[in-house]
Unconditional design. Structure first.
Lengths: 229, 229, 229, 229
């Protein structure tokens, strides 16, 4: 408590050792990058909805927001870490360069018509957060096979499909891999960071909004009225 | 399993005895009345939102919907049961008729500017579910002080404020009281019944909808862009 | 509310039609069979633990118990329904009798060293609940390919491995299949039934026990005390 | 992401401004002090129990642990912040010195036989974390009425009852008050910090333990076997 920061504590709890200042800086950047993404994200909207119906439990509102985090929301980092770990292992086993392995992985995902996790962005052609994370990792000598492999994936995508950026999920996946974390960490650190955002959303909902204010408009499209006798 | 119904089991688990057929019928009616209220209710919308972001866990989606149930959503039954239990106890202690006690309770709530739980409805001037529940209770000789007291509240409200119906929360509160349940049962049986509805909502969301389809539109109204340095 | 039971409502919500009395009876039996299994089951213990630390929210305690339900606890029914659905489809596609298909499935699970879902029981050599469910299904003419296939699995296991009974998960999986439900129903109906049990556990914990009474004894086996400087 | 730490982000999200380095240091200390307290705490035990029954969702396990956080577990900070805020407001309103107000508050809690939140510890006669937090606050000039009031409470307890230390909940309550946070922050920051610990517990449970390994021994003490006919 006297010298360490919370990021040190997060690192210590998950790896059993305190991080170097450079590793701590990267972890801080990762937690910051996922903390909040506006009230419309499923996790945040869920927390607010629960705070609207149940104002007796801050825990309930935050926990519900956490439950909205899955492979589809906040889970791309874990899926990308699995792809990176498998790719690097395969390169070693088959004595292939990372570039060649990445090209094969891209071809296989394409054949299976599955999106590559960590690649592409709905609006940006470059994700600015990726550059920040990779610059920090390179400047501190912590960039390793994770960043190399995801960059090789990016290159292969550009050559075979079209130019698509490494998004923030891909960037944090590569960096977490290079920091020595297993794939589950992609989701766990998303949760740790996002809980700070959920807490702030819930604090605002309690302070500023009335209960039951959120109404979701729904249009019924099922069977017409009928007798069930 | 050979003769009992699920409502028998619910009763047995909470009171330690199987119900008579008449009591079972009332419990069935109560569970049915709260099972579903459209996808726009906070509990249902929460379950769908979680199913949209996290498609790896049916449990997570249903649990999140349960978390939206609180005093403001699904909790009026418990609050009304507390009012009924306190009113009946007070009538006995102060040797007052239930009607006089109800009149005093209405006056006190009014003075404190607190809504009477179980009274009034946004659209209906009569709640049809109340008549069904009370008729069933009376026909089977199970109507007791609970129904008498909430009816006295309704009369006092009509005389002192304006005609307002006993809504479904008030009706199930009175009937659950007369069946011998404590106030917490108002919320517990709402949860048991509603989980059937949440399950059906989640089943439909998984089968028919794509992940991440739900976007909540949000307008930011905080401080304008600024430098944080 | 006037004639239907809660099991009718559960069926209606999930299939869009009211059940026949025979189908309703089977659904009642299934919901009863999973409602409670003692306070030591992970779902029940979780609800009690949460009620011990957080006494402001009945919803939180029940929701947490639901979260403990997964493939490993309460999920065998869904896994078994998937096996049954896949087996019947394969028999049709490859024009094989169900018996022969079952024999191949058993051989394949054995080769992959995966347990057959719905088969075997820690203590019973016969699970009495299976007989009740199957008798009810057969007596009402509702027994179909689901019961036939799981019985063929049981026979193949007896011949190739050793006599092992169809347990309650296997029995409800077969019956739910024959009632026309998809595999997810195995988990959903487990949740609907178990919530009744969780509610009763939480009611007792609030009424009878002090907060924070549950202490889980833990023995630390990590690294010894050390300086982190 | 380039200069800020995660504690900066947490502060920014809840107060709308970045903290000074001294404020950030205090927030780091608070988050560290609540992050983990061993696997036996209700929140941690709940997360592990859920991870034992449901291995399909990291979110479910962490969310369940959050649900165990309430007034009784992790909530003392919020309760103490309410006492501090009310005490300081009362001193101002009644033009009383903080010391005299604290003496009255202690007398009133004693009369109502309610424990003073933030005071006393099961094992320690001095809580070492309190000294660290208060020294940091004083050294950076951030100690204010919060620390003064809780210290006055400690003095009044010593004089009227017996010497009891300010525990970590009381210390973080006083410091959070002096940092300008409302009472809800006591629970919210406990949750943010503890989620890091829950994440590490869940990571270990998934990596090292088998599913369904946790059995809670239960002794039934209800009615003896009987016929329910």
């Amino acid at each position: 408590m006297e010298r360490a920061t919370f990021a040190d504590m997060v690192f210590l709890l998950h790896q059993g050792e305190l991080p170097t200042p450079e590793k701590r800086k990267l972890l801080d950047s990762i937690l910051i990058s996922v903390a909040d993404h506006g009230s419309g994200a499923p996790s945040c909207a869920t927390s607010r909805l629960v705070a609207s119906g149940n104002r007796q439990s801050l825990s309930a509102a935050i926990a519900a927001g956490v439950l909205a985090i899955g492979d589809e929301h906040g889970g791309a980092g874990s899926l990308c870490m699995e792809m990176i770990a498998a790719g690097i292992q395969r390169a070693a086993k088959e004595s292939l360069p990372l570039e060649e392995t990445a090209a094969r992985v891209v071809a296989e995902y394409r054949e299976r018509r599955v999106n590559l996790p960590g690649i592409g962005h709905r609006w940006h052609s470059v994700d600015p957060r990726t550059a920040v994370l990779f610059d920090q990792a390179r400047a501190s000598g912590l960039a390793g096979d994770g960043i190399r492999f995801i960059s090789a994936i990016e290159t292969a995508v550009k050559e075979k499909i079209k130019p698509l950026p490494i998004n923030v999920d891909g960037a944090l996946a590569a960096v977490l891999h290079d920091l020595g974390f297993p794939p589950a960490a992609g989701k766990l650190f998303f949760i740790i960071g996002r809980v700070a955002g959920l807490s702030a959303e819930v604090q605002e909902e309690y302070q500023r909004e009335k209960a039951m204010r959120i109404r979701i408009p729904v249009v019924y499209d099922g069977v017409p009225p009928r007798s069930l006798d």
